[in-house]
Design a protein around this ligand. Structure first.
Ligand code: ATP
Ligand code: MG
Length: 484
């Protein structure tokens, strides 16, 4: 916190020299002499653009990131207020300053009510004007910095929330840092539970656009029509049941990030539309043929092998290449076991706090179990296991007996999806991978297996399963294997 406080003081200090030549200024005036005169006087200080009317100004706003817009109130037949209103409605509005003639204070006040930053009266004093513009830029920089600092402090999704020091994770962090501030589309691939969504959030939060939105769409959860309407929105009456106009997620994310989860699940028709939305930055709501401009950065995630799907023809290659500008392959947990200790620490802290318990730790033996396990469900599975341990233990130590049963016994290893994991594209299903995930049936199978191995010795079998004799007795009854 102290560092953040100092940082703020540094930015707040108006005396700190600041280079303004990086900042863009748009001057809008219908009189050629005024425009050119202002350009000449200000172009040493700022990166200056000029426009003579609303259309020209809007074109520049569309194509350039303008920091400050200085507009005359009277633009020939057009009105500078109208331009300000439109500029402020943009996803990333410039700071607006109005130039008014001979002290028309009412209009100036109205402009400020509408969100203009300040006004200056003609005839202009260039020195004063320069000060007003610089003050505007500084205040915006401070605003942005405060938001950024707040996010750093309060947000659990920054880069620092992706835990890992392994060599497998290092390139992930580097890529995230490198790519976050750009507009590049990112494809995150990896098995379930490896942290794809976490990385997607980090990319958004490190994008340097702290006020912009992160919008997530889970593509798998929706039917074709619903997904299209979710992404692009629809007009009233676009299809049966479309009672109201609906703004799609692309529009909602304008100026920010759209996270498309499980991108491998979308159908070919929607893929075409998605390609257009990303490539041309244009969408159409269902039931409308009016193209809408959207400024959205897309991050997509999948646990499927998209290049394999391209080969099979179930995923468009052009969309794949569009998405795959930068790709991040999340390593499975089993290939970075050195991170397990760190992850366990973090999850212990999280769940003891959540459950109002004193700090806890794992016994060496329990930790060894976690290190030996192959983690088919990756970090998500580890997180669940630690939560289980925290809840089950009444002492500050979490032992093997507090771990979920499937982790505990060597003789059950075959049945718990451990061993060598199945390669992504392999057609051979290793016999160690349980096909049936039904809990009751699996439990019954494990109990029978334990009884087999112990020669029907119930107490021994119960030990093997890590349950009490009483529980064993009850389960056998439920299975109809013993009489009352
Ligand atoms: N490196 C990590 N550090 C801390 N927590 C992590 C890490 N990776 C994953 N997690 C946690 O594990 C859980 C699963 O992560 P996440 O939802 O990002 O995975 P995913 O790859 O999107 O999975 P799925 O494909 O099933 O959607 C989350 O609770 C997340 O916070
Ligand atoms: Mg996910």
């Amino acid at each position: 916190m102290a560092a953040n406080g100092r940082e703020l003081a540094r930015i707040k200090n108006w005396e700190t020299p600041m280079d303004f030549t990086e900042h863009t200024l748009l001057i809008v005036d219908d009189e050629k002499n005024t425009r050119e005169g202002l350009r000449l006087s200000l172009e040493d200080e700022f990166d200056v653009y000029i426009a003579a009317n609303i259309a020209e100004a809007e074109e520049i706003l569309e194509n350039e990131a303008i920091d400050v817009m200085l507009t005359d109130l009277r633009l020939g037949g057009e009105n500078g207020m109208e331009l300000i209103t439109r500029a402020l409605a943009r996803a990333k509005p410039p700071i607006c300053i109005l130039m008014t003639a001979y002290g028309s204070v009412d209009v100036a006040v109205e402009a400020m009510k509408k969100g203009a930053y300040d006004y200056v009266s003609k005839p202009l004093n260039i020195d004063e004007l320069e000060i007003v513009i610089k003050r505007a830029i500084r205040s915006r920089a401070v605003e942005a910095e405060v938001v950024a600092l707040k996010t750093q402090v309060s947000d659990r999704y920054g880069l620092e929330n992706i835990i890992g020091r392994s060599t497998a994770m290092k390139p992930i962090f580097e890529t995230v840092r490198q790519v976050a501030p750009t507009r590049a589309t990112v494809l995150i691939e990896g098995e379930s539970g490896t942290g794809k969504e976490l990385v997607g959030r980090a990319i958004h939060h490190l994008s340097g656009r702290p006020k912009s939105k992160l919008v997530t769409v889970h593509c798998a959860a929706l039917s074709e029509q619903l997904l299209e309407s979710e992404l692009f929105g629809h007009e009233r009456g676009a299809f049966t049941g479309a009672m109201e106009r609906r703004i799609g997620r692309f529009e909602e994310a304008d100026g920010g990030t759209l996270f498309l989860d499980e991108i491998g699940e979308i159908d070919l028709n929607t893929q075409v539309k998605l390609l257009r939305a990303i490539g041309e930055r244009t969408i159409e709501r269902l039931g409308s043929n009016k193209p809408l401009k959207v400024d959205v950065r897309v991050v997509a995630a999948t646990n499927k092998d998209l290049s394999e799907m391209v080969r099979e023809g179930t995923f468009r290659d052009d969309l794949f290449f569009r998405l795959n500008v930068v790709s991040i392959a999340m390593p499975p947990l089993r290939s970075r076991k050195e991170d397990i200790v760190l992850l366990v620490d973090a999850f212990l802290k999280e769940f003891t706090e959540e459950n109002g318990k004193a700090p806890m730790e794992l016994t060496a033996e329990a930790m060894q179990w976690l290190l030996d396990y192959e983690w088919p469900g990756n970090v998500r599975e580890l997180r669940t296991v630690i939560e289980h341990g925290v809840v089950m233990s009444n002492t500050p130590k979490i032992g093997v007996r507090h771990l979920p049963m499937f982790l505990r016994d060597d003789s059950l290893r075959d049945l718990r999806g451990g061993g060598t994991p199945k390669p992504k594209t392999s057609v051979v299903v290793p016999s160690s991978e349980p096909e049936d995930l039904n809990l009751a049936r699996t439990e019954e199978r494990l109990i029978r297996l334990a009884l087999d191995r112990t020669g029907d010795h119930r107490t021994e079998a119960a030990k093997l399963l890590g349950i009490s004799r009483r529980t064993m007795q009850r389960k056998l009854k439920e299975m109809g294997l013993v009489d009352e």
